[in-house]
Write a protein that binds this ligand. Structure first.
Ligand code: UDX
Length: 752
């Protein structure tokens, strides 16, 4: 435990008498290569064939007692010029057997579990708007003897607001100190530590803390988890990377300093990790004992205060911090290499550098489980795995239904709308609500559209405040959006009405082109998720400040020979805004193209066509809706002249491109230019009429219902229209959804 380069030996020295297995000398050429003495020393602790070994390493010439100063000098000696052979130094490495093997957790026996009931703190770290899925997760995990500590990303006020009512339960607490926990950020660890400190201060009596996100779900019954944990009290479950340490350090960016600022992880430079510390890590999903957590959040010793500095500047810190503390502290023999999770890694899809806007790093994410991934979950049956990630009902809910049945939930047959899923995309109380200009413009136009439909039936309503917008799926198919809003009917009765609508399809296929059979998807929207290969903006709501992109998918036949195609983007005046070349081969059958178009985009109907040589294969139209509001206020003349005039002068010159039957002729294009010019003048009612005309072309209203109340008890007839009660309307977000709502507490069983 005394060696400068072998401090971690202390961990084992406390526990076991170390046996020296072997010692050896080596030399190294000190170049800038990674094989310098210090790099070798960093790898000092290692696992081989399931057994943990410790080693101490000395830099210098055969110097087992080398002083730090001598070793430092020799290690850092730089080679002059490009001479690499005769400089550098020597090192000595002693390898010890620690007596620690990869720990296998105990298999529970009936006797052990009966005597030892277990209490778990579920530390939920949440982000996004999947409220009903979070309710579903809590419903399945809830028992009155467990605890729920919930942290919601500071920026997600919707989820936080909606979950705050859970504090009615004495065993549920929402974090009051909240962090903007960006992906991979140092704040994730800060949040975990602050949360742990907070729930320790509550005096809860618990045996394990397990962190889970909104996209985790159990894949075994809670009773099985309880049984397993009660046989393994005092152990700490974390998952290690399972590769060579140095490779893990590089892959994870642990040798880089990051600074989190303005919700971004900035990479600011290289760094050297402390010598003599075993670096370990892998996954940030953990199950920890109270003894270890109290140590970690308690009074800092030298190890913790040193690691604290490092981990404040570490990317994905929670993926290594707990592992490293465990390995180097007196808790090292409580380490179990299992995070209790199965993770749906599909690296080809999940490693697309999709977080570059948040971190200066190419990060990966696991994929959502879909129905076809079911065997992967089934294969965990005999393994000590109790949770899986990721699940998103907006992507696939069927698999969640299946998992619930698999883990013993038997009441699905009672749930009539088991296959329905609603997810909020707007709520009037959201911090950002008043400035969501395009969404409010769009929703306002849809509800006016519905009011006109009702007027045709002799029912006059005046649409008022938009309260909530939900995305609605049935059987994992997007069925449209639902707008819940106030309205006045019969001149003075205020009603709450929900309007269901759906985007129309706008695709023109050229059946004479031989490639037409190969086109599977050709669609424009925004917020494309590369990992899940889907648009998150399902309704295609786009405004002048949006960033549209095109998603295409070819069927496999094209792969025989690779092909080049051209994409041409036309603005509402018929001018070419951008041209892209695309290359399709067997590895690139699905892709997305972001046109090079400057904001603001000219409002109106845009068109994008796919061409083979000069011949069109397929085209689609998309709407760039004018804005009714800017920063939450009615658009002024001055704002309109900036936002609605487009950026035509930034287009490149594409006059050499003349696709057949695609561009307007000269007269048409002059007319379209004129219309576009005059549209810039439109504000107030004139502007609304323009917006509504366009909305009508792109969206269908499918129905509406109202919320009955004390005044409207059983039916409301308006003109020839008889309103349905939303509560009994299958598609309505107001209908009963037991799986997505927190259940009633059964005081006998302690379950929801
Ligand atoms: C992967 C790994 O599985 C995970 O271990 C690692 O921390 C990040 O990369 P991924 O699916 O990419 O996970 O991350 P995600 O589950 O979306 O986020 C991780 C945690 O951070 C969750 O608890 C999530 O709620 C939270 N988070 C994420 C936020 O609080 N705010 C965000 O903006 C993003």
């Amino acid at each position: 435990g005394q060696n400068t380069y072998g401090k971690h030996l202390g961990c084992y020295a406390d526990q076991k008498k170390l046996r020296l297995l072997t010692g050896f000398y080596g030399n190294y050429a000190n170049t800038n290569s990674p094989s310098s003495c210090l790099d070798i020393c960093i790898q000092a602790g290692f696992m081989y064939a399931g057994v943990q070994y410790a080693s101490e390493c000395f830099c210098g010439e055969n110097l087992p007692q080398a002083s730090a100063a001598v070793a430092e000098h020799l290690c850092d000696m730089k080679c002059p010029g490009n001479v690499t052979q005769h400089c550098g130094g020597y090192f000595t490495m002693n390898i010890y057997e620690t007596g620690l093997s990869k720990f296998t957790p105990r298999v529970p026996t009936t006797a052990s579990t009966m005597n030892e009931p277990i209490q778990i703190v579920f530390l939920l770290t949440l982000n996004g708007r999947a409220l009903r899925q979070v309710h579903r997760l809590i419903n399945v995990l809830y028992r009155s003897h467990h605890y729920f500590y919930i942290h919601v990303d500071k920026r997600q006020d919707y989820l936080h607001r909606k979950l705050s009512s859970l504090e009615q339960f004495p065993n549920v607490k929402l974090a009051t100190t909240r962090f903007s926990t960006i992906w991979g950020g140092a704040s994730l660890l800060k949040m975990l530590l602050a949360s742990m400190k907070d729930f320790i201060s509550l005096g809860w009596k618990w045996d394990f803390v397990i962190n889970l996100s909104e996209s985790d779900f159990p894949i075994k019954s809670l009773e099985e988890l309880e049984k397993f944990l009660s046989a393994n009290k005092g152990l700490n479950f974390v998952k290690s990377h399972g590769r060579e340490v140095q490779r893990f350090i590089k892959k994870q960016g642990l040798d880089k300093t990051f600074i989190e600022c303005d919700t971004h992880m900035w990479r600011v430079g290289e760094r050297k990790l402390p010598r003599g510390i075993i670096i370990d890590g892998g996954s940030d999903w953990i199950a920890l004992s109270p003894e270890f957590v109290s140590y970690v959040v308690g009074k800092q010793d030298q190890l913790l205060s040193g690691l604290d500095v490092i981990f404040q500047h570490t990317l994905l810190p929670a993926e290594s911090f707990f592992h490293t503390v465990l390995r180097n502290s007196h808790f090292c023999d409580s380490y179990v290499d299992n995070n209790l999770h199965v993770t749906n890694w599909k690296r080809k899809l999940g490693c697309k550098c999709q977080y570059k806007h948040v971190v200066d790093w190419c990060g990966c994410s696991p994929n959502d489980f879909r129905t076809e991934d079911w065997p992967r979950i089934q294969n965990t049956q005999d393994r000590q795995l109790f949770f899986a990630r990721k699940f998103e009902p907006i992507i696939n809910q069927e698999i969640i239904n299946r998992v619930e049945q698999y883990i013993g939930i038997k009441d699905h047959y009672l749930i009539s709308n088991l296959e329905a899923y609603w997810q909020s995309i707007y709520n009037v109380e959201d911090m950002t609500a008043s400035s969501d200009d395009i969404l409010l413009t769009h929703a306002g136009s849809i509800v006016r559209h519905n009011a006109r439909i009702l007027l045709d039936e002799g029912c006059k309503i005046e649409p008022d405040l938009i309260i909530e917008i939900n995305s609605y799926n049935y059987a994992d198919v997007y069925k449209g959006n639902l707008i819940l809003h106030k309205a006045i009917v019969h001149d003075n009765i205020e009603i709450l009405i929900e309007t269901w609508y759906k985007p129309k399809k706008h695709i023109e296929l050229n059946f004479e082109n031989p490639y037409i059979d190969n086109i599977k998807i050709f669609k424009v929207s925004s917020d494309y998720d590369q990992k899940e290969t889907t648009f998150r903006n399902l309704a295609g709501i786009l405004g002048p400040l949006s960033e549209p992109l095109l998603l295409y998918e070819f069927s496999a036949q094209v792969d025989k020979k690779s092909e080049n195609f051209t994409l041409i983007w036309l603005d509402p005046t018929g001018a070419i805004g951008d041209v892209n070349m695309i290359h399709v081969d067997e590895n690139n059958l699905t892709n997305f193209i972001k046109p090079n178009l400057k904001a603001p985009l000219l409002p109106g109907i845009w068109k994008v066509g796919l061409f083979e040589q000069n011949r069109i294969i397929v085209a689609t139209k998309f709407l760039i809706s004018p804005l009714e509001y800017f920063s939450g206020k009615d658009l002024s003349h001055q704002e309109s002249s900036i936002i609605h005039s487009g950026s035509q002068n930034s287009y490149k010159n594409f006059s050499n491109i003349k696709p057949k039957n695609f561009l307007p002729d000269y007269e048409q294009s002059i007319l379209l230019q004129k219309i576009s010019q005059s549209n810039i003048q439109r504000i107030d009612q004139d502007l609304r009429e323009w917006i509504d005309g366009l909305t009508l072309e792109f969206y269908n209203v499918l129905g509406s219902c109202i919320m009955f109340n004390n005044e409207i008890k059983d039916k409301l007839t308006c003109g020839r229209h008889k309103f349905e009660n939303c509560v009994s309307t299958q598609w309505s977000s107001l209908t009963n959804d037991p799986k997505g709502t927190i259940g009633k507490l059964n005081t006998k069983t302690g379950q929801l």
